[in-house]
Design a protein. Sequence first.
Length: 133
Amino acid sequence: IANGDHKQCRTRERSEARHSQPPSAMMARIRATPSSAISAPGTLTLAGGRHVAVTIADLGELGALLSMHELEDPVLEGERGLLDHPVLNEGRITGRRSLTGGRVVRVELDFEPEGIVRRVALFFDGGGGPQAT
């Protein structure tokens, strides 16, 4: 390694180690991040301009858990979404709203007394919203 190249090599090694965490370590970090159980209305915008009304069940720095009673529009794992949601301050809803982009990481159907509900986990990965196709 040339004289200045060893610093670049070590930096690249640290970066690769951080991004190659085993899934269990990454999930432990996600679970350890504080979130707030709320019940607030929101809107999830998906590719093609699809807008889905959602109830936000849990909201945190890294993502949100959503419930949808409308099952007409498909929501697929891996799809990008833009969530219109309330801003929280110390776990309380403020009057402000925010738009946050993320990726759908889990979709499940569940049964409730009102009928079938779709549960969606949205991970706020720092990326943009969906492509307008």
